[in-house]
Design a protein around this ligand. Sequence first.
Ligand SMILES: Cc1ncc(COP(=O)(O)O)c(C=O)c1O
Length: 408
Amino acid sequence: MLDWEQIFATRSSRMRASEIRELLKLLDQPDIISFAGGIPDPALFPDAAFKEAYSDIFSSAQVGSALQYSVSEGYKPLREWIARDVAKIGIDCTPDNVFITSGSQQALDYLGKLFLSPKDTALVTWPTYLGALSAFNAYEPNYDQLSLNGNRTPEAYRDTAAKTGGAVKFAYLSADFSNPTGETIDLAGREKLLALADELDIAILEDAAYQHLRYDGEAIPPIMALDIARKGGIENTRTIYSGSFSKTLAPGLRVGFVVAAMPVIRKLVLMKQAADLHSSTINQIAIEHVASRGFDAQVAKIKAVYSKRRDAMLAALDKYMPKNTTWTRPEGGMFVWVTLPEGMDGAELLAKSIATEKVAFVPGKAFYADGSNANTLRMSFSCADEAMIDEGIKRLGRLISNAIRAAA
Ligand SMILES: Cc1ncc(COP(=O)(O)O)c(C=O)c1O
């Protein structure tokens, strides 16, 4: 039999199925309460609005162009809508600064491809979005921990990168309601990051997948908005902002976007021409149709539901979790991040939890580029109703209390 590994490129060695994915396959059982998937609740999709959008497209003269090849930059009216939407949060740009991707996941792949030569360093938060690590891994980088409390100098980052044979190229992070912790970076943290990036002369990849999902607290300007304000215009910025319609409208259409200075956009367009020519024409048109007619109402609707679920999860954690566990109190997004006592293992707990309590979550280790911090869990509240959340956390609290007692 052919030894495929011998002829695969070296980059493929870092593309591995995770053991967690294998465990999460068990979730198809109907009686499981799942806090595992970081996905929107399908009951909240604006399906009637999409039905109308596709019906309008098919009954108009536009149908020919909707089913045709289109430009790699993306559908112009959608790029215009996005430019107007991001302007509301201080990202002053033209539609030419907006580039449409097939989900914001594709933006992460392209940005990895654009910046990372093998052995270059990507700075990521500890923990970070697992899908970003998967996207960047194909370009064979090293990772270093991005710290925003000022305890590392630019030289320290530079030295570490040089020792591992490359240069620091970018810092990747979500400033609002990150996946997996749900946490937000405060204004001082955002400003420190801009100063660090200036010193290191690197790009900042700001992943804003959850930007619209703020339930309470004061909105903080995106890093890109702060960068534009400091530098006097988007063309002088080093931030590359990625956004998505997956969490607000629907992920199945695969429409995301990048906002950046023109030199970055021009390269991304060339990459798209080589990779898939353009994102689905008809889906971009449908997204623009739905967004321009009812984006704010849709966002208000899902925020009302998700914020109640967030409240239910925090209340249940307060009620049922044993003393030596801690968790985040997110102001938005879909996730709460739980830290168990040192020495406990989230993956072991998941196996037990599925078998005996029928509750699922994602063990936290996979979100660390160095595979550390096994004593953490990611809990999503987006797809369970309040009663299920209370019951699930009650069972999980019991399991964790027993495990702590057994270890004592
Ligand atoms: C932080 C973050 N970025 C990007 C993505 C990718 O989303 P999409 O490709 O659907 O836009 C996700 C999806 O879960 C995410 O959580």
